[in-house]
Design a protein around this ligand. Structure first.
Ligand code: COA
Length: 254
């Protein structure tokens, strides 16, 4: 039987692919548990410098949580469901390596919530975004109501979550929700090039950038700046700092 989430390693890049193309990669319990395993695997492998999260087929990144699975849930069961999805979103957010969402098609509901928990989002021109939960009589349950306003501002985020409107990649770029929009044919190439560029930097610095920005934007400026200084200072215990600065002084090309 085909794995429901695929894990591949290409040089220093781990690619995690939700593999339910027939259901537009909708997130059911098995997908979420497999995602947790794959992200743990990437976290534990020192060779892995960058993770790419994507969906299989050419129609969807992830079209949201599995509506068929959610339909009969009671409130306590829905809470467990939400807590499980939260674990995945938190793992993406807290993974000590940059995560890039490679989006080719529908990126809806829980799919958008997971993409927003990643560090960088690259989308194909045909991609479609939205938090359509309200049209199903629910609301986002994996921090969508929290991450969307933090990424694009409260004004637009409220409108999108209150209407459930599906919007295109150009608008997602205008909102600052995605980093780049490219044709489908060049999406993988563009994503790998960016992942490779990050993978060639100091792994420790990458971890510190991610940690300082994620933690810092959740606290006041003074605490955040001091936290950043601690991250900065820790870099001076690494070989990459000594070698990187020595190479500059010696006028050697990196
Ligand atoms: N949960 C479960 N199954 C889903 C799904 C979801 N979130 N999204 C798509 N699917 C399934 C469909 O049921 C269908 O399966 P079937 O062939 O067994 O009937 C298959 O994926 C293809 O989807 P379909 O709706 O036929 O494709 P479409 O091109 O007509 O429409 C969408 C695509 C994305 C607009 C539509 O599938 C959709 O609205 N999905 C739900 C999006 C959503 O509300 N997500 C948030 C959930 S909280």
């Amino acid at each position: 039987m085909e794995e429901i989430v695929l894990y591949e390693k290409k040089d220093k890049i781990a690619v995690v692919t939700v593999n339910r193309a027939d259901a537009l990669n909708a997130l059911n319990k098995d997908v979420n548990l497999a995602l947790l395993d794959c992200l743990d695997k990437a976290a534990a492998d020192d060779d892995v410098r960058v993770v790419i999260l994507t969906g299989s087929g050419n129609r969807a990144f992830i079209a949201g949580a599995d509506i068929k699975e959610m339909l009969p849930l009671s409130s306590p069961e829905a809470r467990d469901h939400g807590l499980r999805s939260k674990r995945v979103a938190d793992k993406l957010w807290n993974l000590e390596k940059p995560v890039i969402a490679m989006i080719d098609g529908f990126c809806l509901g829980g799919g958008l919530e997971y993409a927003m928990a990643c560090d960088i989002r690259i989308a194909s021109e045909k991609s479609k975004f939205g938090l359509p939960e309200i049209t199903l009589g629910i609301i986002p349950g994996s921090a969508g109501t929290q991450r969307l306003p933090r990424l694009i501002g409260l004004t637009k985020a409220k409108e999108l979550a209150l209407t459930g409107e599906i919007f295109d990649a150009k608008l997602a770029l205008d909102y600052g929700l995605v980093n780049h929009v490219v044709p489908s044919e060049t999406l993988a190439e563009k994503t790998y090039a960016l992942a490779d560029r990050i993978a060639r930097q100091s792994a420790f610095s990458a971890k510190m950038v991610k940690t300082a920005m994620n933690k810092g934007t959740e606290t006041d400026m003074e605490t955040a700046s001091l936290f950043e200084i601690n991250c900065f200072a820790l870099c001076f215990s690494t070989r990459e700092q000594k070698e990187g600065m020595q190479a500059f002084v010696d006028k050697k090309k990196k």
